[in-house]
Write a protein that binds this ligand. Structure first.
Ligand SMILES: Nc1ncnc2c1ncn2[C@@H]1O[C@H](COP(=O)(O)OP(=O)(O)OP(=O)(O)O)[C@@H](O)[C@H]1O
Ligand SMILES: [Mg+2]
Ligand SMILES: [Zn+2]
Length: 520
């Protein structure tokens, strides 16, 4: 039978546990010095190794090896891995809220270990216990026999009664850094003979958002779907631009006024199985994160994402006006509210995209939207005769296979390249090397090109620096697209930014999302 990678692969010794260095250190020392406490609480994000570590500790306490414990090899270690070791009891509080099991526990706890040296009770998802079960547990936690060790694990410690919290040694499981997840997956792939490129692993790690299990799960799906070596293209195809990446992209499209691309992106997301209302929720969450990143000095306190993703959000937030962020939150909330009653939430979402990407100015959006609709020859002719007589087209939002919808004809370079398209292609080519490339794409325009050079117009000093730092890459990518080497010239766009009241935007947004907003 096929077993998911994250089940098939579970660390057997502390060295295999990725990240969580502080936890490893404490537990290894306590095992060595024989100073183990009688109750632990493992808390933290899902998929970061809580259950795994609970089993490692249970093994360490019962390991027969003379050397480092757990050894992962002796009969006790192996029995614990297989779940056949009588003195290690795992209780899943989520399954039936633990009532019967806690009762059983209270009885069995009075018998000393059968084969091992410690009796270990692992209570997973402990926040799910019923109040009765908590009470029963509390009694045993107060004065457990010397041969008993409790390991409670939860993603939601705030749901635990203080009486329980105060009786345990707390260990926090943190999101594992991308680099460590990528390296870990590389080793696992090596062991299992899975072929995958390093850049593919990097993208998987970025989308795991700090959870090793999520990383392994994405890897697993990509391997299953691939014929041979897993590469970047396959990973991106599998991810179908999901998760944080999709929200960054989508937001990027609307702030650059790329209405048709944004509607296309929505269409892809919905086709890959997302639900329109869920998408709205995710997107509001993303805007909320942008707001936090914009106004709060240490957004990691309030944004529940990996450090790397928070950095990406911060970059995006920095290139947006506060007013733009608050408009996003408000438009989306309004849309979500209306969508609750609508049988066609998708249309509302598409309307919202049009609104956002045209900064609420629909008169500006109209000519662009007109072009989305396929026209008959007669219509085209009629339009040519009287270009001003146009009414808004209905149903236009449901048409998603839109072509380019630039308001003005795209500028052309001397060799007849469509500069807008060319610039987009260059960044698509370079999109694997995310980070600052992503920023550059959002803030720059290819404004002209001749035989020996091309000029990029950019706004903001930081963006100019990003552009300069990536000069070689961009010149390479341009060469790849046009076939000849050109020097990049950088030109600053001096357009004055729109006037906005930061305080006002913050106050509005704060009242909307119910969190006080600090202004730096
Ligand atoms: N820190 C880690 N190092 C190595 N592998 C890990 C780590 N964290 C999770 N994994 C992988 O993910 C799987 C699930 O991990 P585990 O059950 O320990 O997570 P958890 O923190 O208990 O998650 P949950 O909160 O959902 O119960 C493991 O079998 C292993 O393959
Ligand atoms: Mg667990
Ligand atoms: Zn052992």
């Amino acid at each position: 039978m096929y077993k998911a990678l994250y089940r098939a692969y579970r660390p057997e010794v502390f060295e295999q546990l990725l990240g969580q260095d502080h936890v490893k250190k404490i537990l290894k020392n306590q095992l060595k010095a024989d100073t183990i406490s009688h109750a632990y609480l493992f808390c933290g994000t899902r998929g970061t190794g809580k259950t795994t570590t609970a089993r490692l500790l249970a093994k360490g306490l019962n390991c027969l090896s003379e050397g480092d414990k757990p050894c992962g090899q002796c009969s006790n270690c192996q029995a614990i891995s297989n779940g056949t070791f009588i003195d290690v009891v795992e209780i899943d509080a989520a399954s039936n809220r633990g009532i019967d099991q806690v009762k059983e526990l209270r009885e069995s706890i009075n018998y000393p270990p059968f084969t091992g040296s410690k009796k270990v009770y692992i209570i997973d998802e402990v926040h799910m216990l019923t109040p009765e079960a908590f009470n029963a547990l509390l009694k045993t936690l107060e004065e457990p026999p010397h041969y008993v060790v409790f390991i409670l694990a939860t993603t939601e410690p705030q749901k635990l009664p203080a009486t329980i919290l105060s009786r345990c040694v707390h260990l926090d499981f943190r999101r594992v850094p991308e680099r460590i997840i990528a390296e870990g997956m590389k080793n696992i792939c090596g062991e299992l003979g899975i072929e995958v490129t390093e850049s593919a692993l990097r993208i998987i790690a970025a989308n795991a958002d700090g959870s090793v299990r999520d990383g392994l799960s994405i890897l697993d799906q990509c391997v299953t779907g691939s014929r041979g070596k897993v590469d970047t293209a396959e990973v991106l195809e599998y991810l179908g631009a999901s998760g944080e990446e999709a929200m960054l992209e989508l937001t990027d499209m609307v702030i650059r006024g790329r209405t048709a691309d944004a509607i296309g992106c929505i269409s892809n997301l919905l086709e890959s199985g997302r639900e329109a209302k869920q998408l709205m929720n995710d997107w509001i969450q993303h805007y909320r994160n942008l707001l936090m990143a914009r106004f709060i000095r240490d957004p990691q306190e309030v944004i529940n994402l990996s450090v790397e993703n928070i950095d990406r959000i911060r970059e995006q937030a920095q290139m947006m006006e506060p007013e733009e962020i608050s408009r996003g939150i408000m438009e989306l909330s309004k849309t979500l509210n209306e969508a609750k009653w609508s049988p066609k939430p998708r249309i509302l979402l598409e309307l919202c995209v049009v609104n956002l990407s045209n900064r609420g100015d629909l008169t500006k959006a109209m000519p662009a939207m007109k072009k989305i609709e396929p026209k008959t020859k007669a219509e085209v002719k009629k339009e040519a005769e009287s270009p001003a007589a146009e009414g808004p087209a209905e149903d236009v939002f449901t048409e998603t296979e839109a072509g380019a919808v630039e308001d003005e004809p795209a500028p052309k370079g001397e060799e007849g390249h469509d500069l807008l398209t060319l610039w987009d292609q260059v960044f698509n080519d370079g999109s694997a090397s995310k980070g600052s490339m992503y920023l550059i794409r959002s803030n720059s325009m290819l404004s002209s090109m001749d035989e020996s050079s091309f000029t990029v117009t950019v706004s903001g000093d930081m963006n100019r620096r990003h552009l300069e730092n990536n000069r070689k890459l961009i010149e390479d990518l341009m060469e790849g697209r046009t076939g000849s080497r050109r020097h990049m010239k950088i030109e600053m766009n001096e357009g004055a930014p729109e006037e906005v009241s930061v305080e006002e935007a913050a106050a509005q947004a704060a009242s909307l999302i119910g969190i006080p907003v600090d202004i730096e």
